[in-house]
Design a protein around this ligand. Structure first.
Ligand code: SF4
Ligand code: SF4
Length: 189
């Protein structure tokens, strides 16, 4: 299946509707650091430029904030599209240039499955341990904790099982090369 069809199928987004109005990229908080930005990424998918799309750092810079979906006149939300693109890249053996991006992605998925939400302090600590880069950006992290912006202890929401169920339904761990179970590792261990 072509990348366009498989990404549309997996993300439930109709990328063919995009007419390149640029509103998504104009509002995207990560666009300044991206190589293409969401609008050009969609155009490349439409043109069948699979390698340029899947090798792009943009996949790993998307914060999943949903701003693009809120601004798009055609209701195209790039967050699930980026999820599908990351899975497609990994299934073709295309890894992000920054190996830390993949570790971060796996940890985020693992924590969200177990808590029903993300927990920044847990994510930060596990990422530091995994990457071995213990002291980079520690100052900002400590300031956020001291100001009470980031709670130290993780909190599991009441509906965490439902969140895990939705994640499993949308992206089964057994079929997701980015998931923590795909390589047999568990980010919490
Ligand atoms: S979901 Fe991703 S692509 Fe869309 S606005 Fe947010 S960061 Fe940008
Ligand atoms: S806002 Fe929607 S239609 Fe406009 S470029 Fe972005 S995805 Fe395409």
């Amino acid at each position: 299946m072509a990348l366009l069809q498989s990404v549309e199928h997996r993300s439930h987004q109709e990328l063919r509707l995009c007419y390149q109005c640029h509103k998504c990229t104009a509002g995207c908080p990560s666009a300044a650091d991206m190589l293409f930005g969401p609008d050009r990424l969609i155009r490349l998918i439409q043109l069948g430029e699979d390698q340029r799309v899947l090798g792009s750092p943009d996949l790993w810079l998307c914060a999943g904030c949903g701003t693009c979906g809120a601004r798009c006149p055609n209701g195209i939300d790039m967050a699930p599209v980026m999820d599908a693109l990351r899975a497609a890249a990994l299934s073709r053996g295309i890894r992000p240039g920054d190996p830390g991006a993949l570790a971060f992605h796996r940890l985020f998925l693992g924590i969200t499955r177990r808590l029903g939400r993300s927990h920044e302090a847990t994510l930060l600590i596990l990422y530091k341990l995994r990457s071995g880069n213990l002291f980079a950006d520690m100052g900002s992290g400590i300031r956020l904790v001291v100001k009470g912006k980031v709670p130290l202890l993780p909190h599991r929401i009441a509906g965490w099982r439902q969140v895990a169920g939705v994640m499993e339904m949308r992206m089964p761990r057994s079929a997701d090369p980015a998931g923590e179970a795909a390589d047999g590792s568990d980010p919490w261990n």
